[in-house]
Design a protein around this ligand. Structure first.
Ligand code: SF4
Length: 81
């Protein structure tokens, strides 16, 4: 099975696994459950610092755009496109 070994403890995955953000879902598909898991910046960060980065850091090392944080709770003014 292709799946990151940190899946169960990864703050990003836990927070965004049900997100509506296509960007986050794309990352999960290609990194967390795909072939690029060993290129994940979160994973590298954890190895370097001995602790995980903020939950909002994506596998690419960028931060999740503000409008997508906590989206699973509030539908609010989020645009669907
Ligand atoms: S974000 Fe990175 S460390 Fe977390 S589950 Fe996905 S591939 Fe693993």
């Amino acid at each position: 099975m292709t799946e990151c070994e940190l899946l169960a403890t990864c703050g990003f995955y836990k927070k965004y696994q049900d997100t509506l953000s296509l960007a986050c879902r794309g990352f999960i598909k290609t990194y967390c459950r795909g072939g690029q898991m060993d290129e994940c910046v979160r994973k590298q960060y954890r190895m370097e610092h001995g602790q995980p980065p903020a939950d909002d850091m994506m596998p690419s090392g960028q931060t999740v755009p503000e409008q997508y944080r906590g989206q699973s709770v509030v539908g609010g003014d989020t645009k669907t496109s």
